[in-house]
Design a protein. Structure first.
Length: 339
């Protein structure tokens, strides 16, 4: 593990501190898993920790130990703000710019507390202590490395192990994505030795769906657009459709990956209308060297990783899809050459 000024941080952590642990908007398994694992670990070291995320997270992540203690800034802004203002140390996990956490970001910018970033996304902002590695598939894997570097692997029990496992499993698409390494599997093996049951975690995350969610998936897959000339598939979901299928937070998670299942296809995209505001949230997935981070950054005000990124469009659905199809034409050669 390479963290800037690590020895200094170790020293800071040698005395009990008031710590705030933050993760990104629309928290996923890696965001919640890394927050909880870090919370349990630091609490065991004698620190007082509070976890904050900007908005609500899916029900399928709430079974993890301590999940009910996570503050949601959208629901309790003044309390969250107080916590950030009074923090002596701030952990920034699974994201790397304060713009990913809405108004919490402004409180963080004002805070003079030292900030520790542990993250695997590209182009990080500058923080006091940084462990940034875009080759690692999950922030949770980095949390494991951090605890190891602190010399505390013995403190990882089944409860911390399940949180770390959740983040690794979800961010690697169940150990399928390219950056899943031998190190990832070794860490997972260690976690299993500490009592983590892979099937138990999997069942909590993936086998707790509502019938409506499956029907929604059927609807989305039924309307998938297949563009072999660009090796691309895309889907969309309007607010009206989401209302019809009683869509809950997290229900659309993973839909986008189906497009990559088509033989020889390398690019899959889903456009999902926001339930409150007039914009479309976009998820981009690719296989191989077609860089969706760059694509999302350049055209859709987003970013992420080479093979998985997010973005947004403030245009109407029709305008958004027109823009997207024009971009496919522009990138036709690249899409056809990608491997
Ligand atoms: Mn992540």
């Amino acid at each position: 593990m390479q963290m800037t000024r690590f020895e200094e941080l170790k020293n800071l952590l040698s005395k009990p501190k008031q710590i705030v642990i933050l993760s990104h908007r629309n928290p996923d398994g890696d965001a919640i898993g890394s927050s909880l694992a870090m919370n349990h670990y630091l609490t065991r070291l004698g620190h007082k920790c509070d976890m904050i995320v900007p908005n609500e997270f899916p029900k399928f992540l709430k079974w993890m130990d301590g999940a009910k203690d996570i503050q949601i800034a959208e629901y309790s802004p003044s309390n969250s703000r107080n916590l950030v203002e009074n923090a002596e140390l701030i952990f920034i996990l699974d994201f790397n710019t304060t713009s990913r956490i809405d108004e919490v970001g402004q409180w963080v910018e004002k805070s003079t507390a030292p900030k520790v970033m542990i993250d695997h996304h590209q182009q990080p902002q500058e923080f006091d202590f940084m462990y940034s590695d875009t080759e690692i598939p999950a922030a949770c894997q980095m949390i494991y490395n951090f605890i190891e570097a602190m010399g505390h692997l013995d403190l990882i029990d089944r409860s911390i192990g399940e949180c770390i496992y959740t983040g690794i499993m979800t961010d690697t698409g169940n150990f399928r994505f390219k950056n899943t390494s031998a190190a990832t599997h070794r860490i997972v093996a260690e976690l299993m030795d500490k009592g983590v049951e892979a099937d138990r975690v999997y069942n909590h995350i993936f086998n707790t769906q509502s019938p409506d969610r499956l029907r929604l998936l059927g609807k989305v897959l039924g309307s998938i657009r297949i563009l072999p000339e660009y090796r691309t598939a895309f889907m969309y979901l309007t607010r009206k459709q989401q209302l019809k299928y009683n869509t809950q937070k997290g229900d659309t998670e993973g839909f986008v990956n189906y497009g990559l299942g088509i033989d020889n296809f390398i690019f899959s995209v889903i456009f999902i209308e926001d339930m409150q505001k007039n914009f479309y949230k976009i998820s981009f997935r690719s296989k191989g060297n077609f860089d969706v981070n760059e694509f999302a950054r350049k055209y859709f005000n987003g970013g992420g990783h080479i093979n998985a990124a997010g973005g947004r469009s403030d245009l109407t659905l029709k305008e958004t899809l027109d823009k997207f199809e024009k971009l496919l034409e522009q990138h036709k050669e690249e899409l056809n050459k990608a491997e």
